[in-house]
Design a protein around this ligand. Sequence first.
Ligand code: MN
Length: 153
Amino acid sequence: MMADGETARVRACLGGFRWHGLECRPYKEEGDAAFRNISRQILFDEPAQDCELRYFEMGAGGYSSLERHQHTHAVIVLRGRGQCLLGTTVRKVATFDLVTIPAWTWHQFRATDAEPFGFLCMVNRVRDRPQLPSESDLAALKSFPEVAAFLSS
Ligand code: MN
């Protein structure tokens, strides 16, 4: 028996990493963080589950915001390749790689190819607001040459 609020359904994939009935939204509603050429689709957001599953996709030159927060992310790359900043390291990631982002870990994803770079990201439905780096946080991150090169790419 289904609990109240759950709807049994199949959403057809339309191709091109789009799904029937799902809006392709801006990456974030608020405009206080720097990001570029990135979209968001919310695939699952059921009150009976404590998580949301989103699909983010960035085009060439795209990147997500550089941030950290109490809540964690579980990321599965679905399309293309890119790089991610994880704390003070930069890692290359490609299709089907899994990325774990613990609490309070600086993170940012960047497309590195001319092709789209897309990933699933699972998060808690109720979560704290991301913290953006201060000038001193940025200076500390940039003291790592690999991170400085990533942030200026
Ligand atoms: Mn985040």
